[in-house]
Ligand binder design. Sequence first.
Ligand SMILES: Cc1cc2nc3c(=O)[nH]c(=O)nc-3n(C[C@H](O)[C@H](O)[C@H](O)COP(=O)(O)O)c2cc1C
Length: 218
Amino acid sequence: MSLFRLDASIRVEGSQSRALGDLVEAEWTSAHPGAEVVRRHVGTEPIPATAWGTAVGAAYTPEPDRSSEQVEAVELARAEVDRLADADALLFAVPLYNYGVSQHFKTWVDLVITDRRMASGVTPITAGKPAVLATVQGGSYAAGTPREGWNHATSWMRRILEDVWELDLRVVSREFTLVGVNPAMDRFTDAAAELRTKAEAEAREHGRSLSRRHAEAA
Ligand SMILES: Cc1cc2nc3c(=O)[nH]c(=O)nc-3n(C[C@H](O)[C@H](O)[C@H](O)COP(=O)(O)O)c2cc1C
């Protein structure tokens, strides 16, 4: 049994997305003691920004004519997809940055899709695997808030993970992680505490459901 875990936070200390992901992982690990967890820290060990374009170029170049950079980019994509193929369950912990998706997560997704096992038109290697997306936002984008609709990350991540990669996905989201960090947000302290408690409970539940959903799919 193996869990693939990707973290996209650019920090390690104090990372709230990692903390939420840890709750999911702990449930999986307690159901599968000693099971392997394969980790990708794309926020701190990013895929080179040029890899995707190079891998796309390789697809249009006959194999014998590929440059060493193209061969390397194709190999990089293959290694990433091998990890997904080998995983029984998947966990993605990804923060909101600048109202959009983490560039490191996007770069990784783009590279993965260059591999023929994940390309459009085929059933992806990830189809039907249980997965959790744990995402955090510094502010709030709830209905009726001034920035409703400004979170452009979660819907895109859902689209890729759930619809394109056909994962059996659960999403847990924790807003207001900047409350307690940014004094201008102090008036949201109670609301933030409530959202945190709710998200943590949901993360645990989604973590437990990974094993359940994996057993059901087998
Ligand atoms: C460069 C940068 C940009 C950010 N942009 C946003 C943003 O657009 N909206 C938001 O709600 N929070 C934003 N945040 C706050 C993060 O989403 C929040 O701090 C989150 O907890 C970061 O994830 P981490 O705790 O796992 O590191 C930003 C943080 C950083 C460092």
